[in-house]
Design a protein around this ligand. Structure first.
Ligand code: HEM
Length: 528
């Protein structure tokens, strides 16, 4: 029968039906069309195994503080559950043994990254290491970057890191004017983290917290953290929205352009200095200039690879130091114990240095507890499965986003008794670095999961630990930190969707002794 004939018959049939029957038919048709958009789909493997259970509804995004929803769901559906976000299946890991079994042991299957519309496709153009899928480009870029992040490389940068930590303490001391002025520490710790990354990436630094570049870089980093949460954007999970002009899409495109403009200009500036014959310190960009042709890196590759450390290592480090400062006023007993240890072990004439770490177990323990209670990422960076996999009677299909639920992992009462209390004592006998701890065979003995797991484990971990050590031990050596009675500091609320920083706050930094001033008098800003 022709199409015209079929339509004619349907019309004839419809005219014979009552209005009620037409309404019922329309309701059933709408239901059939809409149900798959609203309710979860239960997939099964070829062996008949179901996907992990989870909430019945599909979501387009999760509300603010999504870790709270994940924690509640983990209690209902267990340590491996699933959620549908639009047309994307997520599997959430809330148990350390499962994290090891899937992300580490089965790393060949669970080390991909989803091509998120906002983060990977629009902003990072599938680059900057973190935005690459598990492929040869990712291997190549990670290999090039690792030259600057190994234990030896970090040792080679020891003087730079030490210097920037002194500058951080100096700028906080100046702003605080002997504890008489209250200070918002964000721009100072932001510059500390930024200068470290600028030095290893571009061989340069900013010489003042009011340098407009500090603000520009922090704004770019914050915008990145705000647009790239694992489930903050409906546009990532509803493909139709990706074709419609929207504020979100424009923000993503603008950020990509701003990053290429800012980091591309810095790349070209280094290239210009090298060509002119200036003495440019060894840095990632210098290596890229030498090897771009041999490694067949295109313009976007070089810009994004050069920006990878600034993207990964500024907001995270600066956020964690801000959390540290924010919690000090409400933990005077921790300040007092750390001060006692520092006075006893390193004394007051000189601040603690990198090599003093092993002799200061309490300060080390404070930092590990900080990483457990206030990591910048409650959900790490999502992994992605590249093959079907069956695990403990459950099916994890290819192309599933896999989330490491650090909030629940870090509040496991069996591993961390009284887990909601900030208690450095739980790490007093932990003598391993975070990088060493991540290699432990028994995942229940691991310190925490703040740096991720498996083949995507944070490549900047050694650098990060060194930066945190120098900044935090030196702030403790130099100051007692108080809050203002009229401005309580929240340790629960935060800004950012993928990387968390505390809400803006102010504290008073009071120098602990007169040697602080004496030491800082010997530290001066240098311009590279
Ligand atoms: C406190 C500081 C930091 C924390 C908590 C942190 C945490 C993380 C986490 C959770 C991941 C994802 C791991 C995974 O997928 O399993 C990651 C990836 C990454 N981090 Fe860090 N990070 C920090 C500092 C740094 C620094 C200083 C750098 C650079 C020098 C850096 C560079 C990177 C890069 C390039 C990736 C992407 C790795 C990949 O996809 O293969 N991070 N980081």
């Amino acid at each position: 029968m022709s199409l015209r004939g079929i339509c004619g018959s349907l019309f004839h049939f419809a005219t014979k039906l009552s209005a009620g029957a037409i309404f019922r038919a329309a309701a059933i048709a709408t239901g059939l069309l809409v149900t798959p958009l609203i309710f979860r789909k239960n997939l099964v493997s070829k062996n008949g195994l179901p996907i992990p259970s989870g909430p019945w509804l599909r979501y387009a995004f999760l509300r603010k503080y999504p870790e709270r929803a994940l924690h509640a769901w983990a209690k209902i559906y267990g340590p491996l559950f699933s959620i549908w976000m639009g047309n994307q299946l997520f599997v959430v890991i809330s148990d350390s043994r499962i994290a090891r079994d899937l992300l580490v042991t089965q790393g060949a299957i669970f080390s991909g990254r989803k091509k998120y519309f906002m983060k990977s496709e629009t902003i990072l153009a599938e680059r900057a290491i973190t935005g690459s899928t598990y492929n040869d480009k990712w291997r190549q870029h990670r290999r090039i970057a690792m030259q600057f992040l190994t234990q030896k490389a970090v040792r080679d940068y020891a003087e730079v890191l030490d210097y920037e930590a002194s500058i951080l303490v100096r700028s906080l001391a100046r702003a605080a004017a002997q504890g008489t002025v209250s200070v918002d520490p964000s721009s100072y710790v932001g510059r500390y983290a930024l200068n470290n990354m600028l030095t290893i990436s571009y061989g340069t630094r900013t010489d003042s917290s009011s340098d407009p570049f500090v603000n520009k870089a922090m704004v770019l980093a914050m915008e990145f953290m705000d647009l790239t949460g694992p489930w903050s954007n409906a546009i990532d999970f509803v493909p139709l929205l990706q074709w419609i002009p929207s504020k979100m899409r424009t923000r993503g495109r603008n950020l990509n352009k701003a990053m290429i403009d800012v980091y591309g200009a810095m790349y070209l500036n280094v290239k210009h200095r090298v060509t002119r014959g200036d003495a440019v310190p060894d840095c990632l960009v210098k290596t890229l200039i030498d090897t771009a042709e041999k490694e067949k890196l295109d313009w976007e590759d070089t810009c994004m690879l050069a920006a990878a450390f600034t993207l990964g290592g500024v907001h995270s480090i600066s956020g964690m130091i801000q959390w540290f400062i924010a919690l000090l006023p409400s933990h005077p007993e921790i300040q007092a114990r750390a001060h006692e240890e520092l006075d006893r072990v390193v004394g007051r004439d000189q601040p603690p240095r990198a090599e003093d770490e092993a002799r200061l177990p309490y300060v080390r323990a404070v930092i590990k507890e900080l990483q457990r209670v206030h990591p910048p990422f409650w959900m790490g960076t999502p992994h992605y499965s590249t093959e079907d996999y069956e695990y403990n009677g459950m099916f994890i299909p290819k192309d599933t986003v896999v989330i490491l639920n650090c909030y629940t992992l870090h509040h496991n009462e069996e591993r961390y008794p009284d887990s909601h209390t900030f208690n450095p004592d739980r790490y007093m006998d932990d003598h391993l670095s975070c990088a060493e701890s991540a290699k432990l065979g028994n995942p229940m003995e691991r310190d925490h999961w703040a740096f991720g797991a498996g083949r995507r484990f944070c490549p900047g971990v050694v650098m990060a630990e060194q930066e945190l050590w120098l900044a935090i031990s030196r702030i403790l050596w130099a100051f007692t930190v108080h809050s203002l009675p009229s401005e309580p500091i929240s340790l629960q609320e935060y800004e950012g969707r993928s990387g968390r920083t505390p809400l803006p706050f102010k504290v008073r930094f009071t120098p602990r002794h007169d040697r602080v001033g004496k030491f800082l008098d010997g530290v001066s800003e240098i311009t590279l």
